[in-house]
Design a protein. Structure first.
Length: 209
């Protein structure tokens, strides 16, 4: 008689456990479906970046494969979303030459960008006597002959999305801005600013999040 009661209790507990699991699964599906609907309604868009100008203070090729750079870039960032704010965190700006980093990282302070808001940053980036890879030496010499160096301004960091009082987790942000920097080419004209020369670029940047 005791064995029948024990078996009945076990069966009842299994039914309760199955019901709890089913309810929990349904709740998770409902939450995910709600988030999906909200996300579809909000239609989140990536921030848009533009490299507006670059002021060259120093750009020297002291050897076939050694480069020194000091410049200030102006970066324009716009939040295209009308219902989503963006928190920028741990942004770092640097320059690449043929996929090789040739300046140190320059940090941009964390900032919140509201709906349809715009931020403009003008960081200095520099690198002193940076050796480039041997396979880039020929390209660097060719660029010097042509009177311009083609670089890429990179911005890496993290962003968080804000909807109402909800703030998402961090997402990696990668911004790539190609730029052609004159070095003594008379065909390229700029505006003298102190001991530097400013070149208007208005170069759109690619953004991945």
């Amino acid at each position: 008689m005791s064995e029948k009661v024990c078996s009945h209790h076990k069966s009842k507990r299994k039914k309760i456990a199955r019901r709890c699991c089913a309810c929990l699964l349904a709740l998770i599906i409902l939450i995910l479906f709600t988030i999906l609907i909200i996300w579809a309604v909000l239609q989140p868009k990536k921030p848009r970046f533009t490299l507006q100008d670059a002021t060259i203070f120093a750009l020297n090729v002291s050897a076939p494969n050694v480069i020194s750079t000091t410049l200030q870039v102006t970066v324009y960032s716009r939040n295209p979303n009308s219902r989503i704010g963006i928190y920028y965190d741990r942004l770092a700006v640097y320059a690449n030459y043929h996929n090789q980093q040739v300046t140190v990282f320059t940090g941009i302070p964390p900032v919140y960008q509201g709906h349809k808001d715009v931020n403009v940053w003008s960081p200095f980036i520099y690198g002193s006597n940076v050796p480039v890879a041997p396979y880039n030496g020929l390209a660097l010499s060719q660029d010097q002959t042509n009177g311009a160096v083609t670089m890429t301004i990179k911005i890496n960091g993290r962003v968080k999305w804000k909807v109402g009082s909800f703030v998402s987790g961090r997402y990696h942000l990668h911004v790539t801005c190609p730029v052609n920097i004159p070095i003594g080419n008379s065909k390229n004209t700029g505006i003298i600013v102190g001991n530097g020369v400013k070149y208007q670029l208005s170069q759109s940047c690619s953004v991945s999040v």
